[in-house]
Ligand binder design. Sequence first.
Ligand code: XMP
Length: 316
Amino acid sequence: MNECKLDDYIETQVCAIRETAGGQCVLLALSGGVDSSVCAALLSRAIPDQVTCLFIDHGFMRLHEGDEIEGVFSQHKLRFLRVDAQARFLGKLRGVTDPEAKRKIIGEEFIRVFEEEAAKLGDIPFLAQGTIYPDIVESGNAQGNLVKSHHNVGGMPDSLSFTGVIEPLASLYKEEVRQLGRKLGLPESLTGRQPFPGPGLAVRVMGEVTGEKLDVLRQADYIARDEISQLEETPQQYFAILTDTRSVGVKDGLRTYDYVVAIRAVTTTDFMTCEYAQLPHQTLRRISQRITREIDAVSRVVYDITEKPPSTVEWE
Ligand code: XMP
């Protein structure tokens, strides 16, 4: 979309949102992903005094991410509420190791928290969602439904009866949503965000999720992204995984038995298939050195060289 079309789009949607809401309140579940963030910015432009954004912090965000989201949206003209539900989600995942079970539990708990928090807000007639065009296309066929049920943290609960739904991005592709976000003044950290699974780092910690493992992964992931983001050409997605394997090592002359961290970096056009990124060895080396030096609990770093198929992008 060129500048003119972007301006037109914003103007048209601002009018449409005002007309639909008609002075009534609107609730948005804000994840901090590109779509819900741009939706929030647009709502803030259209009906600043009628919007409440509920950011449910499940504790599986990347390093500093929750605070960044709060930093951005607490500056916007809207009501921003952050719900700290980390302990609750971790409690539900105690002892759970199966990947599908983890996803299901997180999805269900998300709905429960959303219902409880929405109930506290009283009567809000409208629900806003950052649905984009590919979401509609994908859910229009059986395979799409399968993909969505695998990917989404949770649909919106039936028990919440909204008078109407507002979906101002429903005719846009992802790249257009990013452009719109930039135009609306959102920072690059949000508009340029990589795809990130709804259940977040919980599906990048293999096996049982604990606070300690999440902390280790957050640090390793931060280092990996920091190094890879400095490349001239960056892969479409790159991150770290905390495996459930421990390995023998030696640090400062002492034998260690610590975590193995894996690095995943992929090039792709559509995420349906992908190749592993052929990262420069210098970069891989720096990542490995930094992770093992800066994080006590890690003794080994490996690089995932599998393509999709057969491997998925995420490890769980
Ligand atoms: P897979 O692992 O299925 O991932 O090859 C393909 C792309 O989808 C992302 N992904 C998710 N996105 N919610 C999302 O919104 C999810 O639960 C989810 N799981 C995977 C993954 O990061 C990759 O970009």
